[in-house]
Design a protein around this ligand. Structure first.
Ligand SMILES: [Zn+2]
Ligand SMILES: [Zn+2]
Length: 130
């Protein structure tokens, strides 16, 4: 596992750095992720909230997660690239979108979540449980 993860948005305004948590990186097929990305799913890398550093304040969109608690999507105010997710329920972590990593090859998704919500045209991307 990589010691340090760095990344940022398309335009370069927002940069972040953090360390991976001992938690599985995952692919999320939920409807929120579809609507927020305009695609079939997100690729989420969990980093430790402690020590997570970000160069600029992201614009934050708040929504209700599946648990009924607030979930926050952070994106660059200039280029709109989605960078982070946080949730009230999992306060010890910040999820970063894998495509925003400086080295996206550091990300290796281990499972799918909300695969029941996957669209037929994206079903091929579901990571099957063993
Ligand atoms: Zn940007
Ligand atoms: Zn999702």
């Amino acid at each position: 596992m990589a010691d340090q993860i760095t990344g940022g948005c398309k335009c370069g305004k927002v940069r972040y750095a953090g360390t991976p948590l001992d938690a599985a990186p995952f692919r999320c097929h939920c409807r929120d992720c579809q609507q927020l990305t305009g695609s079939g799913h997100t690729e989420m890398m969990p980093l430790a909230r402690e020590g997570f550093a970000i160069s600029e304040t992201c614009r934050i969109y708040e929504m209700q997660g599946g648990s009924g608690q607030s979930t926050y999507s952070g994106f660059c105010p200039d280029c709109g690239a989605q960078l982070i997710r946080r949730s009230a329920r999992m306060g010890d972590r910040v999820y970063v979108h894998a495509g925003s990593l400086d080295d996206p090859a550091q990300y290796a998704p281990e499972r799918s979540i909300y695969s029941d919500a996957a669209q037929p045209w994206d079903a091929g991307s579901i990571i099957k449980a063993d």
